[in-house]
Design a protein around this ligand. Structure first.
Ligand code: RIB
Ligand code: CA
Length: 326
């Protein structure tokens, strides 16, 4: 994104820990005009996800807080599936456990509520108003976006680009051997978006797993830069990072969603390949798998590329942007 530009953006999120870090980045980025944050069920239920987004906004205190609107409570077809075991029961590392020196809650009950507007209507109104100027950054399952396409396809098709955190091209899944979490939760929605004709950038596990954030770096960061935001980052990532320590031997986490925001800000952070991609919706073992046609002799007239899939990332440059924006 050219530095002089300020582009309208909507973040669609399932309200987890890495979503929160991504929203902090977006709120602090002078090149993004975050018009709204639309919310859906994924890591956690939609009400808690909305509450988590409001928590981040309360902590960052942006001059112009974005609208927060709740959307889909469950996937298009599949039963609900969440990641409370990974992000904590509240989706943000169980913030209720943290106290101030005087014993008062460090994160007291919020007094703000999400908008009464429906998230899908917010997406469609923004598509109508901003058209090709609008970038949607999708950080959770694609249920809201797919529902918007089903409701008013031609309206949503006006958006300039959707940057999607989801899927995997040349690497295994994370929630199953075949599937990345966001596509696993709602494979039908992911396939609807793959067929939408909207320019898509896929920020999948191929690059997300090359953006690690070690726990020790967070602890050093908090020591060096004491603030409400840095303390929040240390607090909300505790359980999430312990999950990776206990299950993958890495005490830290991967910056899946922050990288998607990073790519929306500066596409030069990644190298991409335009591929024809489908998402498996029926597979007994492969549901949610993102399948890219990488064959040398692929028939692009019959199966034209529909996704710019990120395959490499400049990790060092991305991490600098991350620390600049949190
Ligand atoms: O697979 C990682 C994705 O699933 C991230 O968006 C994370 O927040 C979860 O939603
Ligand atoms: Ca997410």
């Amino acid at each position: 994104m050219a530095n002089s530009q300020v582009r309208p953006v909507i973040i669609d999120t399932d309200g987890g820990v890495d979503d929160a870090l991504a929203i902090v980045m977006a709120l602090n980025c002078e090149h993004l005009d975050l018009k709204a944050v639309t919310v859906l069920a994924g890591n956690i239920d939609v009400n808690q996800a909305a509450n988590n987004v409001l928590r981040v906004i309360e902590i960052v205190q942006p001059k112009q807080p974005p609208l927060v609107a709740k959307g889909c409570e469950k996937p298009l077809v599949r039963p609900p599936f969440n990641a409370a075991g990974i992000h904590g029961a509240d989706g943000l590392g169980e913030l209720h456990q943290f106290k101030n020196a005087d014993g008062s809650p460090r994160y007291p009950q919020l007094t703000v509520e999400p908008s009464s507007e429906d998230a899908v209507d917010v997406l469609l109104k923004a598509a109508q108003e901003y058209g090709s100027e609008l970038t949607i950054v999708a950080l959770g399952p694609l249920t809201n976006i797919a529902t918007a396409l089903q409701r008013e396809r031609s309206t949503l098709q006006k958006v300039g680009r959707i940057v999607i955190m989801g899927g995997a091209v040349k690497v295994p899944g994370n929630i199953s051997a075949a599937a990345e979490f966001n596509f696993f939760v709602d494979p039908d929605a992911a396939q609807v978006v793959m067929e939408s004709g909207i320019p898509l950038t896929l920020v999948g596990l191929d690059v997300a797993m090359k953006a690690p954030l070690p726990r020790k770096d967070v602890e050093n960061y908090v020591q060096k830069q004491r603030s409400l935001v840095s303390q929040f980052i240390a607090d909300c990532t505790g359980i999430y990072m312990a999950f990776y320590r206990d299950n993958e031997g890495f005490h830290g986490c991967y910056l899946h969603d922050p990288l998607a925001v990073g790519v929306a800000i500066d596409p030069s952070l990644v190298s991409t390949e335009s591929v024809y991609m489908v998402v498996e919706t029926e597979g007994r073992f492969t549901s949610g798998m993102s399948l890219a046609d990488l064959r040398d002799r692929r028939d692009e007239s019959t199966f034209p590329p529909n996704v710019d899939a990120c395959l490499e990332v400049d990790t060092e440059r991305f991490m600098k942007l991350f620390y600049d924006l949190i």
